[in-house]
Every structure is written in C-alpha cells, then in structure tokens.
Design a protein around this ligand. Structure first.
Ligand code: ARG
Ligand code: ZN
Length: 886
C-alpha cells in the first residue's frame, strides 16, 4: 500500500517520555515500556494506534489497569484509552534478536546486541508511535549476562550501573533530549573503546569513545581523529557545538547501510570505522573521515531539528551530505585538492543519481509517495538533495548561507519540520537575494524529478566586440510527472580567450566588468546574456564547479574543449573537457559511427596532462580515467554492454601503448617513500602510480613482455600499505596476468582473518574486466567459497554488487546467465534481508535501454522475481516500478 505525502496528519497522541527495560537474551528478549501519553487537543477523539511488527505482546496496562486492545494491520489498537488529557501505558512484549536477519530493530551480530531503528525499526522492538514527529525523553535500563556482554550502552548519559544475581548486570541511561524513536539505540556486547577528552569553545569537556571488538583498537585512531576534526569544524564553520557530555561510536560487522546517527550513540558499519595503513586503502580512510563527519553533523541537522515525516528525509540527508562534502573539502587543503573532491562527488552523482532520475525509480528530492520508505534512502534524496542545498548556498553566498543556518536553528531547534521550513529560513535570512526573490520557483527542485538539460550557444559579434550567450532548459517527463515547470539554475561561468587567459565579464548595461567568473541565474525556458568589450571570440566555460545538477549541452568544438582542458582556471571544467572529449569518441564508436580509437590530438592532450609539471597527481589520475562503461551507457539511446566494453577496452589499450613511456615516467616520478599518511597529496600519488602500473601491465599482456607483471608482483609482496598492495594486485588481476593467481592466494592467506580485507579480495575478482566468460564463472564459484556468505551485507555486496553494478560486461551476457544469477540472488537474499535484496534488485533499473537480446532476457528475469508469491514489499516496489509501462 502506498503512503502519500498529502495525507499527512499531525499525531492524535504524543509520547512525552518513555521508560524502557530490556532483559537481553538472543532467543527471547523481554521489553517493558512505560509511556507517558498525551492527547493532542487539536485532534478529534479516536482510538490509540501503536505500531508493532513481529512482536509477542505479553501485557498492556493503562493507568495501571488492564485495558482492552486488538491487533489490526500491524498496529495495536486501544479503542478506549483513559479519557484524561494524559495517561500512562505500560506494555510488556518480547522479540527474538537472533532470528532478526533483516538487521532492522534489535538484532545480534557476532556475539553482541545492536539496533538499527531508522526508518521504522523501533516498532520491531516494542509498540510505539513510531513516527519522527513524536519526540520523547528516554530512560533505558539494560540487563544482560555480564561475562558475555560486559558493555551496555544506550543514548545519553549513564546514570546507574551495577550487579544482578545470576552473573548478570545492568546499566541505566538517560537522554535529556526529546527524540523520535528512529534515533533510539542500544548496544550490549564485548567491546573495548578508544577514548579521548575534548574541550569545546564553551570550556565544557566532552568524552569521545569509539567502541570496537577486542583486537581492533589499533584501527580506530583515524576514526577518532576524524571525530575530533568534525567537532572542531562544525563549531568553527556553523557555530554548532557538541551538546553532549558523551559521544559514542560503535562498530558492528553486520549493517545494512554505512552508519546511523542515533543521539549520542552512533552505530557504524565496521567499514566506516576500522582503518589501518596495512588493511585499509586511501579510499577507505577517506570514507571513514566522511562518514564519521556525516553522522556527527546529523547531531544538529537531523537530531536537534528532525523531519516531520519521511517525505522530508532530504531535510536532514541532503543538508548533512552537503555539510560532510564541505567538511571534506576543507580538510583536504588547497584549491586543487578541493576541486578533486568536487570532481569525485560529481562523478558519484552522475553514476548513481542521474540514472536513477532517468529510470523507473525516478522521484523528487521530496517524494510524493512510497510503498516502502527504505527504498527512498536514495542518491536523489541524499546526493541531489545536497546539490539543492549547494545551489541555495551559491545563490545567497557563503556568509548568507551561514546566516540562514543560524535562523533555521533559531526558529526550529527541537522541532520536527519540513523542507519548506528549511528553504524559508535560508531565504528569510537573505532578503532580496537571488534565492529569496524566486523562492517558489526554486523549490521546484524539491518537487520535480528528472535531470534538466541546459543547452548553451554563443555568438560573437566582432564589430561590436560583443558576445551573446543563449541558455535554454528542458526536462523530460518522469513517472507521474508528464510536464515540468522551469527550474532555477545557477550557472557559474567565465569566458576564456583562445590564449587561455580569463576575460573580464561586463554585462550589457554595467559600467565596469565584475570579475572573471560569475553566476547567471537561468529561470526561464530560454534567456540571453550579452557581454560587452570582448576583444575576440571567447570559449565559454559554463557550469563551473558543477554549479547545478543538470546535463549541459554546450555545443563546443573539439578545439574549444582543448582550450579549456589546457587553460581553464576552473579545475572542474578542465577535467570535464577531457571527459567530454573522450565521451564523444566512446559514444560514436559504440554506435558504429566512429573508430574504436582515440585520435592523435586527444592522445597528445592527455599526454600533456600526464606530463604536466604543475598539475597534481590526483587531478591527472582523474583526467586520464576514461568515462566508465555505465556513464557511457547513460549517453547512448540503446545500449549494447558488450560493445561498450569492447570499445572502451580498445581505447584503454591504446592509451597503455601510446603513452607507454609516459606511464613509466609517471610510475617512477610519483613513487613515494614517505611514511604513510592518508592525505590528499599522498593518496593522489599512490592513485596515479597504481594507474600507471595497471596500464603497464595491460600493455605487457599485449606485448608479452613479462617485466611489468613481475614488478607488480614484487610490489604486491613488498607493499607496506594496503593502497599499494591492492593496487599491484589489481594490476595483475585486471590484466589477467599469470601471476594473478599466486598473488590472489597469497593475499587470501595473509588476510583470511580480516573480514573487511576479504571483502576486497572478493570484490576485486568480481570487478576484473571480463575475458571469455572467465570472470562470471569465477563469481559463481566464489559464491560457494567457504568465506562467502549472503548474510553479511558487506560480503554480499563485495561479490554481487561488484559484478552487477560495476562489471557490465561480465554481467550482461548474451546467454542471459547473468540475469538468471541476479534473479536467484535477489530471491535468496529477500528471504533474509529485504532491504538488501531491494538494493540488489535496483541494478536492473535501466533494462529498457538495453539492446536485444539483453532487453528481452532482462524483462524475463525481472518478471520471474515479480512472480514470486512471498516477495517482500521492498523488492515488490522495485520490480513493479521496473516493469510498469509509463
Ligand atoms: N540516517 C542514516 C545516514 O544517512 C542512514 C540510515 C538508513 N537506514 C535505513 N534502514 N534505510 O546516516
Ligand atoms: Zn545521513
């Protein structure tokens, strides 16, 4: 059944406070709950309906007396609660944590108890008004066996602890901040903590703790450093201090998502806590920093101010992603490192959100309806939501945005609000700004799905030294939205002279030029801007820094793109020019409209970047990467995944061959002997060295020269950090070198006891470029490997998501075996963990774009999943939308 945004009603009852007691046992945990309930005087008298799912109810008392109740569609209904304005309700129930394979609610992982309550997991623990606009003060008592579960944690402050008979113990926690149930958490496990005290500007001292399993403590330093940096940053940039005496992070091996911002007790996937140079790559280190920051920032944007209902999810997620992106940029140093971060964020947006926005699951940043809310923790809500916040910041300026944030907290601290409330606060703090004067139109970004295309054409009038830029926008239909109103699109831009210099920008009617970069606001279907005093035909550099989440058709010639690639002062557009040059060749070749080869001028331009004395290694590595097969596919009307793979591999081989000497030079020049640090500068060098090594091994595969695979193997053996070791291993595996097999066994032997490293071992094999069906066959074999399990989400993702999301040529097989495999795994996983299954189901979103025979076979596989009788609501929503005719 569909939940609709327009059906929102304020709660008829509120819960002011709750006392919870847990007697924790894996097979049967007893929960007793005492709720202080109030009627909402604005609501008509009506039954009290509490959510509850998979619970065994033992007792209900109202004001201490028994009361009649019934069960109706997953709700506990009390038709005649006490007539008083406020009353207490006491409930006893049990649940079964060890059978909870969905990992939502209270579950066991390893030898401990953990919770995940967002979005609707709390109702799987006890009966409650499990909706974010019901905020209560929690007091929680945990009782458990002391030897097995020495650490007992919940939100807030520890107020009491002690011994109980029978080898048990207890701990009592109190959280003074009223919170919605989705922010509740408890942990009972055998853990150890890294601790650090920190003094904030107010002079208050706070205790920071990172809890992990015994033996993992040496992998927590980076997480702790990231947490300290996050606390300092939020106070400096947004004047938002840590409001808790104690802030805890707990790592758990079985977790559906990245992490969860429970008030004062963040629970994390181990992947985003544990990092040591020997076991984690530079990318992993960066992931830890970014997720620790994200969850910490939620303490204000999400917890202090939360969402009125789940349609407003982007209120906290879009804003918090924006904040973690800004943090990561500030942490990475200079302008070039910031640009590299921005490029990576945009690549992510284009790889995940743009296809989502063009497919059957397309939805607005603030969706209008859902069947299963877990399906809406999407790239659109998170990443496009962050872009919407970023555009607001662009329109009101950095200081204006900080003022807007202050007003937002002044108005709404302690409340559950909507995306409208946020936008209104930013606008009201900046009267007369480019945002405020068109706020209603701007808010279409929240309401309309789809990625707009901006078309730009310029004409130069030499006689009048005038350049006229015409911008047009268009957005095609999305499910349920046949027609779109124009968006408000900030277009950051500049004009670049043929010699590469930046031209002063003087719009017609202006007395003097206003800098060399500015923001044009496109708000109509078509608009024109006239620039005066332009000496010669310029090259427009548009959408600098990717100032809006749109597709840009700039109509530039190759020669003009070459100018931008060589000279643009905006690093993002420099990178983008190279991407567009390569993309046009890839698309032409994939459609049989051009050779499966790069032309000499482009190869020379790429060589110039690789050889450039001043450019950073990280930037070079990004420029030299050809657009992914998935990105190319999005730009084709009809996709033959095998053909895309073939032409891209041919171009990669060409770069390996024609830049051979340059790769050797890059490999040697960027090799570093510095002590390992996960800095952008070092990581950039390692990334470029790894890329060079891959290209050199690829070339050896063709030439038969054994030197580079030999060197890669040596480097693999001698590596002192995981980034280098995995890079060398990838170079061998990806080039199908003979040495790949001994290297893979050695790697397994070395790391067989480290789950996160084993995930890499599985992923690497599933991501190798397909060769005669070998990679697909290997994935099928790995499914039976003793270390493989579908129960652990990280492990399942490492093999299945790597194949289906990141290895199109191994997955999309003419014999349909990939789709059969996909359908079987979706159904296997659905029986245990519907959320995870639904995520895997989504890899077929774009099946309609496929050429035959892929398309027909894909439809058949999806239909087979859809026909399964006991399918979860999660997967049902995905496959139903995938098959819907629009
Ligand atoms: N709020 C968490 C985060 O973004 C994500 C939790 C999502 N959980 C879920 N079951 N959908 O930090
Ligand atoms: Zn979040």
């Amino acid at each position: 059944t569909l939940v609709r945004r327009e059906d929102y009603l304020a709660p008829a009852y509120r819960i002011r406070s709750v006392e919870l007691c847990f007697d924790l046992e894996p097979a049967k945990t007893l929960v007793s709950s005492k709720l202080a309930i109030e009627r909402n005087p604005q609501a008509a008298p009506q039954p009290l309906r509490l959510h509850g799912e998979g619970l065994t109810l033992l007792r209900v008392l109202a004001n201490g007396e028994s009361v009649s109740f019934r069960h109706e569609d997953g709700q506990l209904v009390i038709d005649h609660p006490p007539a008083d304005e406020s009353f207490t309700l006491e409930i006893r129930n049990s649940c079964c944590p060890e059978k909870n394979t969905e990992l939502s609610g209270l579950y066991t992982s390893g030898s401990g108890f953990f919770t995940q309550c967002e979005a609707e997991g709390f109702r799987r623990i006890t009966y409650f008004l499990d909706r974010p606009d019901v905020m209560a003060v929690y007091t929680v008592t945990l009782r458990a066996d002391k030897a097995k579960y020495p650490v007992l944690l919940s939100n807030g402050n520890l107020v009491e602890q002690g011994e109980l008979p029978g080898g048990r113990h207890f701990a009592k926690w109190h959280d003074p901040f009223p919170k919605p149930s989705y922010l509740f958490a408890l942990v009972a496990a055998d853990l150890v903590a890294r601790e650090q005290k920190i003094r904030t500007r107010s002079g208050k001292e706070h205790l920071l703790q990172v809890f992990v399993r015994r033996g993992d403590l040496d992998k927590t330093e980076h997480a702790m450093n990231s947490l300290v940096a996050s606390v300092v940053w939020d106070e400096a940039r947004f004047k938002l201090p840590l409001d808790l005496e104690r802030f805890m992070i707990v790592a758990v091996e079985d977790f559906n998502m990245g992490a969860m911002e429970n008030k004062g007790l963040n629970i994390f996937n181990t992947k985003f806590v544990l990092a040591s140079p020997a076991t984690a790559t530079d990318v992993d280190f960066f992931g830890v920093e970014s997720v620790v920051a994200h969850e910490y920032f939620h303490n204000w944007t999400g917890n202090r101010i939360t969402c009125r209902d789940w349609f407003q999810l982007s209120l906290k997620e879009g804003l918090t992603v924006y904040r973690d992106q800004e943090f990561s940029m500030d942490m990475s140093g200079g302008a070039s490192a910031r640009a590299v971060r921005r490029i990576e964020d945009v690549r992510q947006l284009r790889a995940a959100q743009f296809p989502e926005d063009a497919g059957p699951m397309a939805h607005p940043v603030r969706p209008d309806s859902y069947a299963e809310i877990n399906n809406f923790y999407t790239a659109t809500v998170y990443d496009k939501g962050a872009e919407v916040v970023r555009m607001m910041a662009t329109l009101v300026g950095r200081e204006g945005f900080a003022n807007g944030m202050s007003l937002y907290f002044e108005r709404h601290d302690g409340q559950a609000v909507t995306c409208d409330d946020f936008a209104q606060a930013i606008a009201d703090a900046n009267p007369g700004s480019a945002l405020s004067v068109r706020l209603d139109a701007f808010k279409r970004w929240y309401a309309q799905a789809g990625t707009p295309t901006v078309t730009a054409r310029g004409t130069y009038d030499a006689e009048n030294r005038r350049y006229t830029l015409t911008l047009e926008q268009f957005c095609g239909p999305s499910p349920g939205q046949p027609f779109k109103f124009p968006f408000v699109i900030p277009v950051a831009m500049g004009l670049v002279a043929q010699d590469g210099s930046s031209l002063p920008l003087q719009l017609a009617g202006e007395e003097a030029p206003g800098g060399t970069s500015r923001v044009l606001v496109l708000e109509h279907p078509q608009q024109q801007w006239v620039f005066e005093n332009v000496d010669a035909a310029p090259v427009p550099s548009l959408l600098r820094g990717f100032s809006a989440p749109v597709n840009l058709d700039d109509g530039l010639s190759d020669a003009e793109r070459m100018v931008l690639l060589a000279h643009d002062s905006d690093a993002f557009n420099r990178w983008e020019s190279a991407q567009k040059l390569a993309l046009s060749r890839l698309c032409a070749a994939a459609q049989g409209l051009g050779p499966a080869a790069l032309d000499a001028p482009l190869v020379e331009a790429l060589r110039a970047v690789l050889r450039h004395p001043a450019l950073d290694a990280s930037f070079k590595e990004l420029v030299l990467q050809l657009p992914s097969e998935g990105y190319v596919a999005e730009h084709l009307p009809v996709v033959d995944p095998q053909r895309v793979h073939e032409v891209r591999e041919a171009m990669r081989a060409q770069l390996a061959e024609q830049l051979h000497a340059d790769w050797i030079e890059a490999f040697e020049r960027n090799a570093t002997n510095e002590a390992y640090a996960p800095t952008v500068a070092q990581a950039g060098k390692r990334a470029l060295v790894n890329m060079a090594l891959s290209m050199l091994c690829l070339q050896s595969q063709r030439s038969g020269d054994p030197v580079w695979p030999g060197r890669a193997y040596q480097r693999f053996k001698d590596a002192t950090n995981m980034t280098e070791r995995l890079g060398a291993l990838s170079a061998l595996v990806e080039s199908h070198a003979g040495l790949a097999e001994p290297a893979l066994s050695r790697f397994h032997e070395l790391f067989k006891d480290d789950a996160l490293v084993l995930d890499k071992w599985f992923a690497l094999q599933a991501r190798a470029p397909e060769l005669d069906g070998r990679v697909f066959a290997r994935v099928k074999a790995l499914l039976k490997h003793p270390d493989f399990s579908l129960r652990n989400p990280n492990r399942a993702r490492s093999l299945l998501f790597s194949l289906t999301m990141f290895n199109p040529a191994a997955f999309h097989r003419a014999d349909a075996a990939g789709y059969v495999f996909w359908a079987d795994r979706v159904m296997d996983i659905d029986a245990m963990n519907p959320q995870l299954a639904a995520r895997l189901a989504r890899v077929m979103d774009r099946w309609r774009k496929l050429a035959e025979p892929y398309r027909g076979a894909a439809r058949e596989a999806i239909a087979r999943v859809a026909a399964k009788p006991d399918l979860s609501g999660d997967v049902r929503e995905i496959v139903t939308r995938a098959l819907a005719e629009d």
